[in-house]
Design a protein around this ligand. Sequence first.
Ligand SMILES: Cc1ncc(COP(=O)(O)O)c(C=O)c1O
Length: 459
Amino acid sequence: MGPILSEDFSVNFLKAHNARHVWHPMGDPKISESDPPLIVARGEGVYVYDADGKRYLDCVAGLWNVNVGHGRPEIKQAIVAQLDRIAYYSTFQGTTNPPSIMLSHLLTEMMKPEAMTKVFFSSGGSDANETAFKIARQYWKLEGKADRTKIISLKYGYHGVHFGGMSATGTPPHRLAYEPLVPGFLHIDSPYLYRNPWTGDASELGRICAAELERTIQFQGPDTVAAFIAEPVQGAGGVIVPPDNYWPLVRQVCDRYGVLLIADEVVTGFGRTGHLFGSRGWDVKPDIMCLAKGINSGYVPLGATAVNERVESAWKRDHPLAAIMHGYTYSGHPLACAAALACQKIVLDEDLPGNAARTGAYFRKRLDDLATRHELIGDVRGKGLMLGLEIVKNRKTKEAFAPNDPIGKRITQAALEAGGIIRWAAGKIILSPPLVFTPAHVDEAFEILDQALQSARRT
Ligand SMILES: Cc1ncc(COP(=O)(O)O)c(C=O)c1O
């Protein structure tokens, strides 16, 4: 297909006006103006096309979310069919709409092993986490323990951009410009095997980090701690896969002190790690699960927060604070929920978690091959189709590049030239392709990465 042209907007117009009137998320506006972003105009399966018609392998699934691939007719049809009925109706108390009811049923069925009983809809991952924090604090008030308000989270964690989520986030660049943050949010060390001051042994690290959670709860006073939140696999912080014993130990610690366990499954939910939900990878049952992204593969914005019977039960009693005074105009948006119903049918019918496990294992192997060819790669890690390469100046010393070093830009730019979209985040290459990736797509991604790393080294 050639350039995208319409009566009003030529490709040249788009290029000239790009970033002139938009402030892009997660970037310095000056850079968006001087170094304009790629204008992605069309998508099909695992490929997207820019405004000039050039094709790219989408190695990041948009933003870890287009799990079923671009342009799925089943989802389009579901959205259009819902549009023919009604585009929007509110789910605030007193009214609702069929797709949100059907989706709440489907999600609780899908999360039966985790014993989730209720779902609260929102518009994305930040909303889902904000909802979780408010539910956790309200839960303890309804339980008669109003002092249990603190939220513990991990360094390198990413929990979105609202004030609660940002306060829980453990990556300083997302926080510093917006301080002061919400009081009562505390951070502990992440089980980051490649960089930690203690050990190279995974099990030992799992024990050390779970013990830190326990000591922090004890130090703060268990009766002041509401919840612990973490991503099953830390994503934006650099695809940090915890040791196998970490999550089970965390669940035990939370149980010992009654602390609610919140799994931020915004990236890991719906198959990405090779399991339908990330926490299922370690057979751990959280109390609250935050979902977005893969819930409908990004076709319409949607988030959801699920709670188990323990959490739900607090709302069964009469209490002056029992009303959930939280919600979004677009909570349970019919188009988003209709898209999610169609999306999850694909996830289940095509066994995308299984494909993520198989194709992810192959991708991991190819990345290990890549590391033998490029000294820049300090570490290869991942679970399912959530993979990361830590890029270092010196493999022996693990010396990282300075945050303002152009290496990341050089690698991502060279990848674009080679026909692939990859993501750079704080010294790591992040790979999170659609879960419909095949081994042939992995081989194509390997060639793109090989070329990108070669040319980044040369320049
Ligand atoms: C783990 C995690 N939680 C929350 C969010 C925030 O989601 P959203 O950007 O949809 O608000 C993200 C976004 O990348 C995420 O990776």
